[in-house]
Design a protein around this ligand. Structure first.
Ligand code: UDP
Length: 328
């Protein structure tokens, strides 16, 4: 039975990855420090013999006993509001944390796949974004702690590959959504659905003409699985190229939730990318991968999840303070 370590196991993507690798017959070691993760996302796995959980911060050290065949590094805060609240941890997990995990991969002779991001392209001046675009990142802006840590992560991962011959893959993840996103993590989909469910106005930042391209989580997980099993070391974009403006997205959510909420406009956060859409030709030709679940179906499934949450969860307001984040 192959054995895999998944960091960020209690998070949105990490928990779906645990499910998938258990289903594929792997023994899974899930690791998380639980600063943004939630044990609820993996509680259904805790009784399984093939699953163990280690409460550990990979930025401090990583110890795993026994053999490992694969490592997936998915631990990181991943929403702009988190970068403001926990900027140092955001920097550390993708830099120091990645260094620790590469060392672990080397010592266990394991293949490692690290989660990078479309944020390495910053506010892109090339559209759509392909892997050979170097990006347009502000290193000292509010998103710099995430973007630069992920860029460092890519650099050190390639260095371990070239210098130590560690087997690596790098996925650049574009906006992804689905069940188990944190309702109050500040990102646009949970924000809009939460607002609709609470009967509040939907807050569109800026004029809403900025674009994103949303990928359903199951499609992303399939892409990760295929990339892990491939020999590709250089980065690969995985995302859904179906691009939409945030204003149109708000309208879609109003329709989906069958509410008649109003749309209100708020200031655009600093360094908010104006457009984002993956060029997925590498994933198509190399992994024979493309997304299968369109936004209509994906949103239906995601809405069903959010509707199943308790009233208490729905009204938790942990992450709504955007005051430091607004462009002056
Ligand atoms: N956004 C919005 N209203 C919200 C939350 C986000 O209009 O309540 C916008 C945000 O300014 C950005 C887009 O939605 O242009 C996607 O934001 P998100 O935080 O989900 O992720 P990003 O792609 O910016 O990392």
């Amino acid at each position: 039975m192959p054995r895999i370590l998944i960091t960020g196991a209690a998070g949105f993507l990490g928990s779906h990855l645990c499910d998938r690798f258990i289903k594929e017959g792997f023994e899974v070691v899930g690791m998380d420090n639980l600063i943004t993760g939630n044990m609820k996302n993996i509680e259904h796995l805790l009784g399984l013999q093939e699953f163990t959980f280690q409460h550990q911060d990979v930025s401090d050290y990583v110890h795993v006993s026994g053999e490992l065949d694969y490592i997936l590094h998915f631990a990181s805060p991943a929403s702009p509001i988190d970068y403001l609240k926990i900027p140092i941890q955001t920097l550390k997990v993708s830099s120091l944390g990645t260094h620790h995990l590469l060392g672990l991969a080397k010592s266990k002779n394991a293949k490692i796949l690290v989660a990078s991001t479309s944020e390495v392209y910053g506010d892109p001046q090339v559209h759509p974004q392909s892997e050979d675009y170097w990006g347009n990142v502000n290193p000292i802006g509010p998103r710099g702690v995430y973007d630069e840590a992920k860029r460092f992560q890519e650099a050190i991962t390639m260095a371990y590959h070239r210098f130590h011959a560690v087997s690596v893959s790098i996925i650049r993840i574009f906006n992804t959504y689905g069940p188990r996103m944190r309702l109050n993590d500040g990102r646009v989909l949970p924000a809009f659905i939460g607002q609709a469910l609470r009967g509040e106005d939907l807050t569109v930042f800026g004029d809403g003409m900025q674009t994103r391209s949303f990928c359903y989580v199951d499609d992303l997980v399939e892409g990760i699985y295929r990339l892990l099993m491939s020999n590709r070391a250089e980065p690969v974009n995985i995302g859904n190229p179906d691009e939409i403006t945030i204003l149109d997205f708000a309208k879609e959510i109003i329709k989906l939730t069958n509410t008649d909420q109003k749309i209100v406009f708020r200031d655009l956060p600093k360094d908010d990318p104006m457009q984002r859409k993956p060029d997925i030709s590498v994933a198509k030709s190399l992994l024979d991968w493309e997304p299968k679940i369109d936004r209509k179906e994906g949103l239906k499934r995601t809405y069903a999840y959010f509707r199943s949450l308790s009233e208490e969860d729905l009204h938790k307001k942990e992450h709504n303070d955007f005051t430091n984040y607004i462009k002056k």
